[in-house]
Design a protein around this ligand. Structure first.
Ligand code: ADP
Ligand code: MG
Length: 310
């Protein structure tokens, strides 16, 4: 199957600053691809290159079979872009915003399609409300509605859930799953690990370089993530913050971090979990369990970032 989206050694420089440093990736049709990375790592720049609004300094990008530079006009009809910035008209109502985008894209059967999108996004109660008076979650839904009105086969969503509440976040993701199930390819940037887990494939970008790329389960199983002969454990049933402090610098403990009520630790070669439990008990910190814990995506990204820093 040909990729819906592909970047090959994309470099983008702004003056002497390198924002993207040889990025290559492929996204298969109908899948959800998640791009994570700290602020300023190049996520939005990459999306703008795919959308044809920014020219790469070197390398190439193709979208739905079109070259993002030479055929940017042709690819535009096939894609939707929900930008990170507020992209709606504040003074216009929900319906008027959709009307505006519908005209801009010459959507056929515009009235019926707008009704359909309002229905799909659960926007009927807000039809006549001005965009500026919508809460964050509803505003993002409207922005999504505007981006998908012309039935794009591929949607770019740049931090669509930033700053919205957990319920709105879950609802928005359910919409994204529906879209993917009906064949739309989704390219999503986010800072949320739970959202990364929901993607078919995730990539992590750091200072313009793609450090890892693959399905979440594959990334967690990478040998680099858990060093040879080391083990990852969860320490349960104790005072997590006190345990964390006690483990800092403890012999054989390579790393420790608090994870809710648990402490997750990486133990060096030959360090048995029972030794850790005993070490803690001797310091007046009894715990109920020290059990194997698979790495999280956060562990993957942290490890890869440290490796790249050298
Ligand atoms: P992200 O979306 O991951 O936060 P961006 O892609 O927006 O990152 O930005 C990557 C880097 O490129 C940042 O350091 C940003 O300041 C820089 N940058 C982005 N656009 C421009 C531009 N038009 N001119 C100069 N620098 C830019
Ligand atoms: Mg950005």
């Amino acid at each position: 199957m040909t990729a819906a989206l592909a970047a090959r050694d994309v470099v983008k420089r702004f003056g002497s600053f390198t924002a993207l440093d040889g990025v290559s990736l492929e996204v298969s049709p109908g899948s959800i691809f998640g791009l994570l990375g700290p602020n300023g790592s190049g996520k939005s720049t990459l999306i703008r290159i795919f959308c044809g609004s920014l020219r790469p300094t070197a390398g190439s990008a193709s979208v739905l079979g079109f070259d993002a530079v030479r055929e940017s006009e042709a690819l535009r009809q096939g894609i939707g872009y929900m930008s990170q910035a507020f992209s709606l008209y504040r003074d216009l109502t929900v319906e008027e915003n959709l009307e505006f985008f519908g005209r801009a894209y010459s959507v056929p059967d515009r009235g019926a399609r707008i009704d359909e999108v309002i229905e799909l996004l659960g926007l009927p109660p807000y039809r006549d409300r001005r965009a500026q008076h919508l809460s964050g979650g509803w505003r993002q839904r409207l922005a999504l509605g505007c981006a998908l009105l012309h039935r794009p086969r591929l949607l770019f969503l740049d931090e669509p859930t930033a700053g919205i509440d957990p319920v709105a976040r879950r609802d928005l993701w359910n919409l994204l799953f529906d879209l993917a199930a009906s064949g739309t390819t989704l390219f999503v940037t986010t800072h949320y690990m739970d959202e990364a887990e929901r993607c078919d494939r995730v990539a992590y970008i750091y200072a313009g370089r793609l450090l890892v790329d693959g399905p979440p389960e594959t990334l967690k199983a990478l040998p680099e993530v858990t060093p040879e002969r080391h083990r990852r454990v969860a320490i349960r049933g104790g005072n997590a913050t006190a345990v964390f402090r006690a483990l800092h610098g403890a012999p054989g403990v390579v790393e420790a971090t608090v994870f809710g009520a648990e402490v997750h630790a990486v133990l060096g070669p030959g360090v048995e979990p029972v030794v850790v439990a005993r070490f803690l008990a001797e310091r007046g910190l009894p715990v109920s369990d020290v059990v194997p814990a698979p790495p999280s995506l956060e562990d993957v990204f942290v490890t890869m970032t440290r490796r790249s820093r050298g």
